[in-house]
Each structure stands twice: as structure tokens, then as C-alpha cells.
Design a protein around this ligand. Structure first.
Ligand code: UDP
Length: 254
């Protein structure tokens, strides 16, 4: 298969050179990893579904004025994005205690937080994405205080919007991870929402049953992983028409 030049391969996605300067093609794989690569597996059809879910959510966020890297979906597994310089932070927004927060403070999962909490981790597989503070971020030059103010304001706005959007389809947005990147338009630097928003990067629990509808089903061997991803897409009204198993592979882009 003739392919474009590969720029980067991550755990769940591959980035290829885009058709025009300043663009990239983001390809969504079915591969899943957890616990910093210690657990590996495949979630059949995940790439197709995450491509759709991320497209949908980035478009809705664009509608309310959040600048994102998303340009358009190209085919079942690929989307065209703006090339950004990734800020090496994982921005975690939490509404309910779960995952590493529950562990860190020995708190019960499911406890609603009195206010949303933003945490920062340094993106480094070798270091296991350590939790950091704004002091580290500014001291080590990963972002300025102004950048952080903008990132935090955007993250809280995204949280409010997505929390409402998911609640409307019977899902509680427990927590999620965002990544941001920089672009330069002439001499003006702008910060854009980058990466993806999907059940790989969000915790989503069914409002009525508290059932987990996200990657925790894979992390914790709960079964029904594919079905959970499909159900999120179905509730969003964006299940691929032909079903997740009908994957003809990427079309060539014009
Ligand atoms: N998350 C992510 N990528 C990471 C770490 C976390 O997408 O490398 C997401 C995760 O899916 C969850 C949120 O960020 O929705 C908070 O994750 P947490 O810190 O609880 O870590 P985990 O329990 O996933 O190790």
C-alpha cells in the first residue's frame, strides 16, 4: 500500500505527513495500551469509532469557539489536522474521584468532587508521566504562566460543555485528558486543542447504572470493551453506518 511519510507512531495513533504544508494525517489504530505499556491489546473497531467520536467532539467544541487542530475527517480511520508543536503536558480534568486520584488519596471511586480539579502531568513514557505543578512547567519552560492561564480556561470551558453534552446522552463525564499544541499564524502564537477526545482519554459512566463505558473496561478486564465504545458512538448518533467491523481501510485523499 502506498503510504505517506510517517512522522510519528504513538500507542493508539500514527501521524503522517499531510497533503499541504502545516497539515498532518492522524490515523487511529485499534491498539490499546494501559499502565504505561505494561498491558497491551486490541479493541476491534476502536480506531474507526474514536476517529468519529473525536471528529464529532472537536467539531462541537469548534462550534463554541474552542480552537482545535481538527480540519476534517478523511475516511474511516484518518483525519486531517493542523500540525502543531505539542506542549508536553497531559492536562487532566476531574469531576468525580477515579483512577490515579482515588489511589493517591485512598479515596473511593465515584465520590463527586466539590469543584472540578485540573492536574498536569509531564508527557514522558520513560518517566511514567509524572504529576507536576505549574512551578515545574514555568521553571522548565514547557509553557509560560500566560499559556497556562489560557490552557486552564479552555480546559474548564471544555469540561462544562462536554459534561453537559455527555449528560444529555446519559453519561457522566468523570474525568478526561487533554493535550494542547502551538501554531504560529504570521508571528502570532496560538494555542490549539490537539490529540483526541474519545473513550480512550475520558472516563464515562452510565448515569443510571454507573456502568463504565470507556477504556477502564480494557484496563480492568471488565469485558464488553468493543460494545462500550460502540454504545458511546451510538448515543452520540455517530455510529459508522456500516458498523465498526466493516473497515475497508483508508481511502486515498485528494
Ligand atoms: N488519561 C489518558 N492518558 C494517560 C493518562 C490518563 O488519556 O496517559 C486519562 C484517563 O483515561 C482518565 C483521565 O485521564 O480519563 C485520568 O486518568 P488517571 O490519572 O486517573 O490515570 P489512570 O487511572 O488512567 O492511570
Amino acid at each position: 500500500m502506498a503510504r505517506r511519510r510517517q512522522i510519528y507512531e504513538g500507542k493508539a495513533k500514527v501521524l503522517f505527513e499531510g497533503p499541504e504544508p502545516g497539515t498532518l494525517v492522524q490515523y487511529f489504530k485499534d491498539d490499546a495500551t494501559a499502565f504505561n505499556n505494561k498491558k497491551k491489546g486490541t479493541i476491534t473497531g476502536k480506531g474507526v469509532i474514536n476517529n468519529r467520536i473525536s471528529e464529532y467532539l472537536m467539531n462541537r467544541l469548534g462550534d463554541i469557539g474552542i480552537p482545535t487542530h481538527f480540519i476534517r475527517r478523511l475516511n474511516m480511520r484518518e483525519q486531517l489536522i493542523r500540525q502543531v508543536e505539542i506542549i508536553p503536558l497531559e492536562v487532566i480534568v476531574r469531576n468525580v474521584v477515579a483512577g490515579s486520584l482515588a489511589k493517591r488519596f485512598d479515596m473511593e471511586e465515584g465520590t463527586a468532587l466539590p469543584r472540578s480539579i485540573i492536574e498536569f502531568c509531564y508527557k514522558s513514557d520513560e518517566l511514567n508521566d509524572p504529576l507536576i505543578t505549574e512551578e515545574h512547567i514555568t521553571a522548565f519552560g514547557w509553557a509560560t504562566s500566560q499559556d497556562l492561564d489560557e490552557i486552564m480556561a479552555m480546559s474548564l470551558r471544555i469540561n462544562d460543555f462536554l459534561g453537559g453534552l455527555f449528560y444529555g446522552i446519559g453519561l457522566r463525564l468523570i474525568d478526561f485528558k487533554l493535550e494542547f499544541g502551538r501554531v504560529w499564524d504570521d508571528d502570532q502564537m496560538r494555542i490549539l486543542l490537539a490529540d483526541e477526545i474519545s473513550p480512550d482519554s475520558c472516563r464515562l459512566w452510565d448515569v443510571k447504572t454507573n456502568e463504565k463505558m470507556d477504556k477502564d473496561r480494557f484496563r480492568r478486564d471488565l469485558g464488553g470493551v468493543e460494545e462500550a465504545y460502540q454504545e458511546v458512538a451510538r448515543r452520540l448518533g455517530i455510529m459508522p453506518e456500516s458498523g465498526p467491523r466493516d473497515m475497508p481501510g483508508p481511502d486515498t485523499i485528494q
